[in-house]
Design a protein around this ligand. Structure first.
Ligand code: FES
Ligand SMILES: [Fe+2]
Length: 344
């Protein structure tokens, strides 16, 4: 599937950057599903429009924020200073005798908002809400922002990896996987309106920094996992340990284009900074994530939604369900799966 070619994927919310990135009062560019956009902080919150001036095609992200425009700060073009509002409409032409009189045209406006300390964008009218993460509203949990970085991986590859219980023994043998026990325990999957919830248990090793983070001295422990997948490329995986510690990993593979994703990851934990300094939490998740990254960036990115092109085993069920749900979503919106042309 080529995400940039599937129009319905423009109708989902994606986290694009931490809120703090817009705090400097400067426009910030981002590429989402192959579309160059520019973000800034408008009067009522974040704003996003297509990063192209309709006058002579300059990049608006090289411009500046013009506060002297009706309805609040607008994005102004670096070339001749035309300014555009949060809906993309031209609100100011400084060369005109009535510079504040809006013109009819403009660039394209997109949906933008803030949630969980991140900026979210939907290129077109969203068909699904921003994923609900109950731990975010639970005072027993704190949030730690972990990663915001570009990977050469397709969103679906990262999503299926996040629910793949069979890779733990191999890819994570140095951090928590048990190489000698490659057979994963079965999982259950319950479909939800915008994804599914997978439940299962994974015995894991407990060594090094993990002992401190889980607060257990035993050499092994068990992860009770509730993995929530949200169409198309976001997961919130809750891990409960026998010690009472809960670690919820939220990971989005926001599609930059068909081959690259912006990995946005933050976690919720029901402990305190004194129990486990954020720096150590991030260091452990960094080690784990680096293990996945090496493999995922080596994998193919035009992931087929059909079953015939790749081989499968029973523990691949979550990834297979993702393919089914994506195929059903495309069909529901009258689309067919876009693929690379076959090689000669
Ligand atoms: S190119 Fe943007 S104002 Fe002229
Ligand atoms: Fe992994």
């Amino acid at each position: 599937m080529l995400a940039t070619k599937q129009k319905v994927l423009r109708r989902f919310w994606y986290p694009v950057m931490p809120e703090a990135h817009l705090a400097g009062g400067k426009p910030v560019p981002f590429r989402l599903l192959g579309r160059d956009i520019v973000l800034w902080r408008g009067k009522d919150g974040p704003a996003a429009v297509t990063d192209r001036c309709p006058h002579r095609g300059a990049k608006l992200s090289l411009g500046f924020i013009d506060a002297d425009v009706p309805d609040g700060p607008a994005i102004a073009c670096p070339y001749h200073g035309w300014a555009f509002g949060v809906d993309g409409r031209c609100r100011k032409v400084p060369q005109a005798h009535e510079p504040l009189r809006g013109m009819k045209g403009g660039t394209t406006g997109h949906h933008a908002t803030s949630r969980y300390g991140w900026i979210w964008v939907a290129l077109e009218d969203p068909v699904a809400p921003i994923p609900d993460i109950p731990e975010a509203a639970d005072p027993a949990f704190r949030q730690i922002d972990e990663f915001h970085e570009e990977w050469a991986v397709a969103g679906l590859r990262l999503m299926e990896n996040s629910f793949d219980m069979a890779h733990l023994s191999y890819v994570h043998a140095n951090t928590f996987g048990i190489l000698e026990e490659p057979r994963p325990a079965p999982v259950s999957i319950e479909h939800t309106p915008w994804g599914f919830v997978m439940k299962g248990e994974a015995p894991v090793t407990n060594k090094g920094i993990s002992k401190e983070l889980i607060r257990s001295d035993s050499e092994r422990t068990v992860r009770v996992i509730e993995g929530r997948w949200f169409l198309p490329f976001l997961r919130a995986s809750r891990i409960d340990y026998p010690t009472g510690l809960t670690h919820v990993l939220v990971t989005a593979a926001t599609p930059i284009n068909d081959q690259r994703s912006m990995i946005c990851q933050w976690v919720y934990r029901n402990d305190t900074e004194a129990d486990s300094p954020a720096e150590k939490v991030i260091a452990f998740d960094r080690a784990v994530t680096t293990e996945d990254r090496l493999i995922l960036e080596s994998s193919t990115w035009d992931v087929p939604l059909g079953m015939s092109e790749e081989l499968h085993m029973p523990s691949d069920k979550p990834g297979i369900e993702m393919r089914r749900r994506l195929a059903a979503l495309l069909a529901e919106h009258g689309e067919t799966e876009a693929r690379l042309p076959p090689e000669d």
